[in-house]
Design a protein around this ligand. Structure first.
Ligand code: NAD
Length: 298
């Protein structure tokens, strides 16, 4: 079997086009663009790249981007005061505080300060609880993007066996909640799971969110399984390379011969994360302004 490649980049491009259409409609109705504020504390190189990419994508979707930078040694009170100003700013629909924060800051306290109606990352306890109880809220971007790719590929997911590997609050746990809501039979595996290959082998759907390069081997997969690889890992540079290759958590070459469909790294889940962030921001703008939007069509 040769797996179909799930083209997350192309899917994300179509989602961004739909977001741009609803953002333009919002501007006509509300007299302003949907707005996303991104806060970066410190000079972490990877975070700077992510923040720049988010700002560019926001503007390309016809939305307003507000970028705020604080020095690495800023006291937590300064960040909390900025979040409070953004909560109160009617031009700001979504607030994203780029993680990780410097060690003097308490991430949980900072996330808790974000108004749930502007929490487009879906990281607040309020939105996590809403997801867990099936109430409308905001769902973290990466797992929501994975669910969109799965539904696009498989249609109705009900009754399927899904195994999620990794139990982080931003990927694994919300992914398991979404798949439960979609009526899958869900196993949430993690570092203490016994006989992980046997657990993975029963899955029709595998979502890997571990952060270990090519850990999931081809012979762990049930033939025909749909594999969503969230992991982004950089290998050490091979001879003659200045930077190592990016790989996922799944042995892509091996798995491609067993799976029914698989996301590549890069070009799979990664592009979905930003596209869903834009989607959540547009949704927040409509909700905050009380303008009707068919959210399921986005
Ligand atoms: P995390 O470090 O918070 O969590 C990793 C999880 O993997 C933990 O729950 C742990 O129990 C589990 N784990 C660790 N070793 C394991 C093992 N040997 N067997 C089974 N489970 C094991 O990571 P995260 O934030 O959820 O991110 C996971 C990966 O996804 C990383 O590579 C990250 O870079 C990537 N990521 C990608 C995107 C994207 O946009 N594509 C977004 C977020 C995270």
């Amino acid at each position: 079997m040769v797996a179909d490649i799930i083209d997350g980049k192309a899917f994300a491009g179509r989602l961004r086009e739909r977001v741009a259409t609803v953002a333009a409609r919002f501007e006509r109705a509300a007299g302003r663009k949907p707005g996303l504020a991104v806060v970066l504390v410190g000079e972490d190189a990877a975070s700077r790249v992510y923040v720049a990419a988010k700002g560019k994508a926001t503007i390309e979707a016809g939305m307003a981007s507000f970028e705020h930078r604080l020095p690495a040694d800023a006291p937590q009170g300064e960040l909390l005061a900025l979040v409070a100003r953004l909560n109160a700013d009617p031009a700001v629909d979504g607030i994203l505080v780029q993680l990780p924060l410097p060690p003097q800051m308490d991430e949980a306290a900072v996330i808790a300060a974000i108004a749930p109606a502007k929490d487009v990352d879906g990281f607040t306890v309020e939105n996590a609880g809403r997801l867990a109880t099936g109430l409308p809220g905001f769902v973290p971007c990466t797992p929501l993007g994975c669910l969109m790719l799965l539904k696009d590929r498989l249609g109705d997911l009900s009754g399927l066996e899904a195994v999620v590997i990794g139990r982080s609050n931003i990927v694994g746990k919300p992914m398991a909640q979404l798949l439960t809501q979609a009526s899958c039979t869900v196993t949430l595996a993690h570092s203490r799971t016994r006989d992980l290959p046997a657990v993975v082998r029963r899955a029709d759907i595998v979502v890997a969110a571990v952060g270990r390069p090519e850990m999931i081997a081809a012979d762990w997969l049930k033939p025909g399984a749909t594999v969503i690889d969230v992991g982004i890992n950089r290998l050490p540079p091979a001879e003659g390379e200045s930077r190592g290759r990016l790989v996922g958590d799944v042995d892509f070459a091996g798995a491609s011969a067993v799976a029914g469909a698989i996301t590549p790294v890069p070009g799979g889940v990664g592009p979905m994360t930003i596209a869903v962030l834009l989607r959540n921001t547009a949704v927040a703008a409509y909700r905050n302004a009380g303008i009707a939007l068919d959210e399921n069509a986005l």
